[in-house]
Design a protein around this ligand. Structure first.
Ligand code: F6P
Length: 363
């Protein structure tokens, strides 16, 4: 059977374990020898006990767990050529030429670079006498399939990344909890939610909790946002509301591209309306805890499809990422998605807000 390995890289997310489990079990079912690579790319570079053969039973009882049981890391060594040489040698020694990478766009871009470099890596390893000519001939192609694990939903090419749904559940649980105490004291709460440069969690969190105002990076507020915000809060109170909720994405910016922070928003509310105002930063609570049913199934479906994609891979085929499109698990070219994701960042940097929203919308 084929030699296969799975690793999780970058920030963890709920549902990664379901994906790992599916890769292992579908791989074994199809006769492959499947390995875990622990601690992300660092484990690939370090080798040794970080790379272990997986068994059917080794992925029992993990589908309900948050995070990733095989560990994750943001790895600097893999960004160097020497790191990638070591990683390749570790794979070849174990007969692995099929790799599943679960991570964000940075991790998947790294995977693609590794694959493109593979022929020259083999050349160099042979010259350095770290592999034999026989090994070079036998392991001449590296197949890579990606899956996007991230709570941010910031990857263009998939409707939902693995972890987003669970993070949203956690966010709305937190907002509901805040609402009850805010009600008692007639307070205004400003909640900072994660998402890096993506406003998805903030926007959907706001819509599903009846928040009064939301700040997202892709569509910064109007230049006179301070007045608009205060008018809206006053109007809500005039209509009998006892509280106000404002959601600020951690990456929120104004139309000049300067950060809009929860502190700044609080100052505006306190100075203009003298409301009793508090800030809650939800932080890593959003990334922890058990995965939702949606993320468990998403991980299972994507993991299974990733293995199928590796079974179909030929030396000519492009590296792909398994994505969700209209509730179907499909394969899309990895680099096209990475490019599109970069285009969103570029549009935001150039303050082309309409384009940024449009590109995100089509993700
Ligand atoms: O990408 C996931 C994410 O949780 C972002 O929402 C956030 O900006 C970042 O990771 C936090 O990174 P760290 O866990 O390294 O603090």
């Amino acid at each position: 059977g084929k030699g296969m390995a799975v690793l999780t890289s970058g920030g963890d997310s709920q549902g990664m374990n379901a994906a790992v489990r599916a890769v292992v079990r579908v791989g074994i079912y199809l006769g492959c020898k499947v390995h875990f690579i622990r601690e992300g790319y660092q484990g690939l570079v370090d080798g040794g006990e970080h790379i272990q053969e997986a068994s059917w039973g080794s992925v029992s009882g993990i589908i309900h767990k948050g995070g990733t049981v095989i560990g994750s890391a943001r790895c600097k060594d893999f960004m160097t050529r020497e790191g990638r040489l070591k990683g390749a040698k570790n794979l070849i020694d174990r007969g692995i030429t099929n790799l599943v990478v679960i991570g964000g766009d940075g991790s998947l871009t790294g995977a693609n670079l590794f694959r493109q470099e593979w022929p020259s890596i083999l050349e160099e390893l042979l010259k350095l006498e770290r592999i034999t000519a026989e090994q070079k001939a036998k392991f001449s192609h590296l197949n890579i399939v990606g899956m996007v694990g991230s709570i941010d939903n910031d990857f263009c090419g998939t409707d939902m990344t693995i972890g987003t749904d669970s993070a949203l559940h956690r966010i709305i649980d937190c907002i509901d909890a805040i609402v009850s105490t805010a009600y008692s004291h007639q307070r205004t709460f400003i909640l900072e939610v994660m998402g890096r440069h993506c406003g998805y969690l903030a926007l959907v969190g706001a819509l599903t909790s009846e928040a009064d105002f939301v700040f997202v990076p892709e569509d910064p507020p109007p230049v006179d946002w301070q007045k608009k915000l205060c008018d809206k809060l006053e109007q809500e109170r005039a209509q009998g509301q006892r509280l106000n909720i404002i959601i600020v994405a951690e990456g929120a910016i104004d139309r000049d591209g300067n950060p809009v922070t929860a502190e700044q928003v609080k100052q505006v509310v306190v100075d203009n309306l003298q409301q009793d105002t508090r800030i809650t930063v939800l932080g890593h609570v959003q990334r922890g805890g058990s995965p939702s049913a949606f993320d468990r199934i998403l991980g299972c479906r994507m993991g299974a499809e990733a293995v199928m994609a590796l079974m179909d891979a030929t030396p000519e085929s492009e590296a792909c990422v398994v994505s969700l499109d209209g509730n179907q698990a499909v394969r899309v070219p990895l680099m096209a998605c990475v490019e599109k994701t970069k285009a969103v960042a570029k549009a935001m940097a150039e303050k082309q807000w309409e384009l940024a929203v449009q590109l995100r919308g089509r993700s």
